[in-house]
Every structure is written in structure tokens, then in C-alpha cells.
Ligand binder design. Structure first.
Ligand SMILES: *[C@@H]1O[C@H](CO)[C@@H](O)[C@H](O)[C@H]1NC(C)=O
Ligand SMILES: *[C@@H]1O[C@H](CO)[C@@H](O)[C@H](O)[C@H]1NC(C)=O
Length: 476
């Protein structure tokens, strides 16, 4: 029957729509807004801020890294905002694409390298401001650190190049699987995973057996469909826009905050121009407003769509204060690094008088953690008074960055990241922290500081509320 067969199609249509969810227009789903049906943001314990998503596991600042962070219990997903050549706000950490994308393997971009002065230093590379959104979307994002899971990395050889090079080595022709590889469900240009294989041949190195088998099989047209799809799975994560990032937070089943940084505003405003003389900061705030972000810290509007705006540039934060009362966090770098716009020293910007000045614009600071507790020979020294000083000015403290791996854990923590989280949350008493491993922080907090049962509107809840009120008094 015609009608029943078309009914069958509906779930599939739906599936394909959700799968392509980043292609649809971005607006918050009405069913997920405001009315209290979503689990609210927790505000009774320090914030778990997922630094560039769950980038301990998945390449940073990708949709997959952010969705993983939400699944693992992040209160906030953190991102860095830069801009493309055509003025689209993009989630990406470095001003150049070199370290975390496969750009080096895109022949058509070889002559796009530039040298620009960034914070007083000449930097050479492929700058994000020299690429349009469409060009950026053709790249794939790689894991930044070699000691983290590499399975999601881009395969760095274009299909055409693979064929060229393979022919010159072996005199072999086009594969039997050409049609499959050309399947319209795959993105073009096809990027394959034979980079290690071919570059090892270039260097006449011995190859891992799996690569030899894969490479030979590919050349002889013997790759099974499963192997091929496993190969093609790699390198599927692309750069996302600020709007796509926001839609991930708004589409979450519970309230998840966002924590975007206005990254390198000086460089962006030098290189990217918007209509009507608008600045990077204007576009940034416009985007937040477009998606309904508004209200001061802990206001009803803010609790519905929580956000902290962060920047290392005081000028940007002060300017943005004139555009929105959303809470802002002033990032503070290492003691040797001056502010990127006002060239002020660390000591100047952490003085009592500066905190007194900046607290009119920001609700907290985000310091590099070694400035709170200095480290010598991988051992912690006595902590500075930075947290006490900030708290005395009613400023929150959200230090960065916490990473579970041994090479980041100071000897005091006996190679146990939970000991480090315990130290910072319970001894130093920070108000939130940026972590590459949101899942670990979430588990630690659930074990040591669990939420009260949701519908438990009884004496215990009341006591807890009174306790919270008293402790916030105690802080002032
Ligand atoms: C960067 O390079 C340009 C051109 O070579 C030079 O004039 C400038 O002084 C350099 N700037 C720095 C900070 O080294
Ligand atoms: C920044 O300040 C330092 C120390 O006061 C000074 O030596 C340097 O020239 C300044 N740099 C700029 C770009 O103003």
C-alpha cells in the first residue's frame, strides 16, 4: 500500500535530518527552552568547564568533542572564537591552522602561508583569517597531542594524489572500489588514510604490517567494504562555527552553559572587516543576542542560557560591557606575559587596585594555575594570595588547564588526577576549573559533593539551602 510505505519513510527522513543537524537553520528548539523541563545548571558546587570540549579524548573544538563533554557532565562547554576571512565566527584555538588540521596536505593552499605579527612576535603559518568558511570546512581537525587518541585524525592524502603516487610507484590503475569511494554520501574531496603508508615508502622505512596489508589491498582492489568504511571514518571532524557551537549547547537535554573566549581580538580586528564598520566584539555579542543569551550572572535569563564571556584583552571586556551585562571573566596569563592589548604586566593586573577597577566589568578571573600555586622541579610551592585577593573583591576564580596525563601532574599528586582535583577544589577552593577531562571532574564531584535528590523538598533540602546562603555570606 502506497500510504504505508511512505509512512515507513518518515522515521528515516527524521534520522537523516538529525544526522545532518548542522545543516539546518540554528535556533533553539522551543520545547527545550525555559519552562523548567530541562535539568537546570548546578550552582551549588564549582563549575566543571570542558576546555575545548572533551579534548582529552576527541580532537579539540569539534562538535564531537562538545557532545562528548555534555554526555560526560560538563556544566559549561568552553571554546575559542576567531573569524574567517569572510567574517564568520569560528571555534578554533590557534591563529594558524598548522597544528590541529590537515591543511599541510591540501595542495591548493600551499601558497597561502603568511607571516604576521601576533602579540609582538612574527608568526608564520596558514592563518585562519586568510581562509573563507567554505575553505575552512574542507579541512579536517586533528588531535593536538601525539600521546592522545589519534584514531580520529584526518587522513592526509587526497584520493587523487593517492592514485597519482600509487601509479608512479607500482604502475597500478584505478581501484575496483572507485564507485564506492565516490559515493555521494561521502564528503568531497575524499581524504584517505594512506599518508603514513606512502610517506614511509618515501623514506624507505619498514611499515607496520597493518599498513602494508591495507595499502596493498587498496592497490589490488581487494579492500572489503568494512575496511574501507573504517578507513573513511577517520578524519571526519571539521571546524565548526560559533553558531553551530551554540546550537550544540541549546540542543542538550539539560541546561549546559557556554564559555566562549574572544580570541586574539587585536589580530582579528586588523585582518577581518565587517560591514558597517563593526568590530569583532560587536559580531561576537550580536551572535550571543541572536540566540537569546542575556542577563546578569544568576539572573533568571542567565540560568536558562548560562554563558561566561572570557578574554585576555581588558579593552575587549570593557567594550563588551557596554553591549551586554552577561558575566565576563578576565583571563590572566603566566607572570612573564603582558596583556595582549594594553601591555600591562601580570603584577599590575593582579594588584588590589586593578581588581577594584576590573570588578565593575567582570565577575571573575581565569588565571593560569601556576600563578596561583607556583611550581618548581614539578613540585608545588606555597600558594600565592591570588585566590584570597580575588575573593576579597568578590571575584570568582576559574583556573586553567587541568589534564589527567602524568606529564601534566605534579609529583605532589602521585600521578593521580583525582588528588589534583581534590587539592584545587577543596584546599585552594576555586570556583570552577577548565579541564580537558570533564568526565573525571564530574565523577570526582559526584563522589565527594553529590547533588541532593531533585524532588526531595524536605528538611534536608531546606537545610542545604540555608547552608548555601550562610556560606555565601561567609565569603564576603
Ligand atoms: C617581523 O618581520 C618584519 C619583516 O621582516 C620586521 O620588519 C619586524 O621587525 C618583525 N617583527 C618582530 C617583532 O620581530
Ligand atoms: C610593553 O611594555 C614593556 C615594559 O614596560 C616595554 O618594554 C615594551 O616596549 C612595551 N611594548 C609595547 C608594544 O608597547
Amino acid at each position: 500500500m502506497a500510504s504505508s510505505s511512505s509512512l515507513w519513510l518518515i522515521p528515516f527522513l527524521f534520522l537523516s535530518l538529525t544526522e545532518r543537524c548542522f545543516g539546518r537553520p540554528f535556533y533553539p528548539l522551543p520545547s527545550k527552552m525555559i519552562d523548567g523541563t530541562r535539568q537546570p545548571l548546578q550552582t551549588f558546587r564549582p563549575y566543571n568547564i570542558a576546555h575545548r570540549g572533551s579534548n582529552g579524548e576527541i580532537p579539540e573544538e569539534t562538535a564531537a568533542a562538545y557532545m562528548k563533554a555534555i554526555e560526560e557532565g560538563a556544566d559549561f562547554i568552553e571554546t575559542d572564537i576567531l573569524a574567517s576571512k569572510d567574517g564568520v565566527l569560528i571555534c578554533f584555538h590557534d591563529v594558524t591552522l598548522d597544528a590541529t588540521t590537515d591543511i599541510a596536505n591540501h595542495k591548493k593552499f600551499v601558497d597561502r602561508k603568511r607571516t604576521y605579527e601576533v602579540q609582538g612576535e612574527n608568526v608564520t603559518g596558514w592563518f585562519i583569517v586568510d581562509f573563507t568558511l567554505e575553505e575552512l570546512k574542507s579541512l579536517r581537525v586533528n588531535q593536538r597531542y601525539k600521546f592522545r587518541d589519534q584514531q580520529y585524525n584526518a587522513c592526509s592524502l587526497l584520493w587523487e594524489e593517492f592514485l597519482d603516487r600509487g601509479e608512479s610507484y607500482f604502475g597500478l590503475g584505478v581501484l575496483d572500489h572507485w564507485d564506492l569511494l565516490r559515493s555521494p554520501s561521502l564528503e568531497s574531496p575524499l581524504v584517505l588514510c594512506f599518508d603514513r603508508w606512502l610517506s614511509a615508502i618515501d623514506r624507505e622505512e619498514t611499515l607496520p604490517p597493518e599498513d602494508i596489508i591495507l595499502g596493498r589491498a587498496a592497490w589490488q582492489g581487494q579492500l572489503g567494504k568494512n575496511t574501507l568504511s573504517r578507513v573513511l571514518e577517520r578524519g571526519k571532524f571539521s571546524i565548526i562555527t560559533f553558531e553551530e557551537f551554540i546550537s550544540i549547547a541549546l540542543d542538550a537535554e539539560r541546561v549546559v552553559g557556554i564559555y566562549p573566549e574572544i580570541k586574539n581580538p587585536v589580530l582579528i580586528n586588523q585582518h577581518v572587516k565587517w560591514a558597517g564598520g563593526k568590530k569583532f566584539e560587536d559580531k561576537f555579542v550580536e551572535t550571543l543576542k541572536k540566540y537569546g543569551y542575556k542577563g546578569s550572572y544568576l539572573s533568571k535569563d542567565w540560568l536558562n542560557q548560562p554563558v561566561f564571556i572570557q578574554s585576555f584583552a581588558p579593552t575587549s571586556l570593557i567594550y563588551i560591557s557596554s553591549l551586554t551585562d552577561l558575566p565576563k571573566i578576565f583571563l590572566i596569563d603566566d607572570v612573564t606575559i603582558p596583556t595582549q592589548d594594553t601591555n600591562q604586566s601580570y603584577w599590575e593586573i593582579t594588584s588590589d587596585s586593578y581588581f577594584e577597577f576590573i570588578k565593575d566589568y567582570v565577575v571573575g578571573i581565569g588565571p593560569w594555575k601556576d600563578t596561583i600555586v607556583p611550581v618548581i622541579d614539578n613540585y608545588l610551592m606555597t600558594s600565592t594570595d591570588l585566590v584570597a585577593k580575588a575573593h576579597s573583591h568578590d571575584l570568582q576564580v576559574h583556573p586553567y588547564t587541568f589534564r589527567n596525563e602524568n606529564q601534566y601532574l605534579h609529583c605532589d599528586f602521585h600521578q593521580d588526577p583525582y588528588v589534583e582535583y581534590d587539592y584545587w577544589l577543596n584546599k585552594i577552593k576555586v570556583d570552577g576549573l577548565f579541564t580537558d577531562f570533564t568526565g573525571s571532574v564530574h565523577r570526582f564531584q559526584d563522589w565527594t559533593n553529590p547533588p541532593l535528590p531533585k524532588d526531595d523538598n524536605n528538611a534536608a533540602t531546606l537545610l542545604h539551602k540555608i547552608g548555601m546562603m550562610l556560606s555565601s555570606y561567609g565569603k564576603v
